[in-house]
Ligand binder design. Sequence first.
Ligand code: AQP
Length: 351
Amino acid sequence: KPLIFSGVQPTGNLHLGNYLGAIRKFVALQDTNECIYCVVDLHSLTAQLVHDDLQSQTRSITAAFLASGIDPKKHIVFNQARVLQHAELAWIFNCVARIGWMNRMTQFKDKAGKDRENASLGLLAYPSLMAADILLYRATHVPVGEDQKQHLELTRDIAQKFNNDFSARIADLDIGVEMQVGEETVNGYFPITEPIIGGPAARIMSLRDGSKKMSKSDPSDLSRINLTDDADTISKKIRKAKTDPAPLPSELDELKERPEAENLVGIYAGLADTTKEEVLRQFAGQQFSVFKPALADLAVDKLAPIAGEMRRLMADPGHIDAVLRDGGDRARAIAETTMKDVRDIIGLLGD
Ligand code: AQP
């Protein structure tokens, strides 16, 4: 049975990339699947240990989940730090994964920059914790933006190595499940999780530079549209977004050398829930002086209700905390069942 898991870090204001690349998919998947959505606060310590307002940022991401339409009664919404088993399984995965695997991660290289020796050990081990988040619930599918593809591949490698290394023990305990790995049918404990990536908004780029992804940590606020921006700010940022003087073409191929233009078309398609091709059919031959105001209207239309609902929810932090506490209790029950098996498989004495 499919089980969906995904997480978002409380590292700053959520932006349109987080919304279109991840949160909107979370909402769409909840109608037909069991879902677990997590505010991954432990992950946020990897790049920066001391935060001014981690608690409020954790609540704000939760508010964004709820305001976007995630139902915390039907599904599980919680913050990672409440369920200690995430850290426990991450430690075990640190011992499954190889340093070479971590060293190859492009996110680590980007975030550590030139001074790698000074990056936190947590930043290097980030994908182990991410694998633990997912596999603790034996999740089968993970909706994420394209930037997380490599980490998801590593999660699959960790699951496969664990299943292999402990295959005899898993068979002895009779707690494995049959699964298809490539051509082979194998018996394993952890599923080989599938990423859900794709659509026109899998990688939204900065509004100032079409070669950089839209990111919470970009120093320029003009580079991103925050979920909490008001209508004037959204319109201003789209008006100032970098473009080129040519009108929009009718074929997607013709946008290949125009990353900023393609990005705006992708944003429009993501917000309108359509394809880039369809957007070009509608706007072919139009100048940005026509397209940008249409995009701004659409963005305000879609985002203003979410921002309003987030404000309403943030005025009652007690309610948000209650949602996280309830979700944490339900997540912990599943997580502990997995950890009992994992301790047994490895041979760690526990209760
Ligand atoms: N630009 C993007 N386009 C599409 N999807 C994106 N995501 C992030 N940026 C884009 C997806 O949002 C989810 C949550 O991201 P995260 O906060 O856990 O981590 P991140 O990828 O590190 O996000 P940021 O905004 O870029 O933060 P910083 O600046 O702190 O690194 C993930 O599914 C991600 O793919």
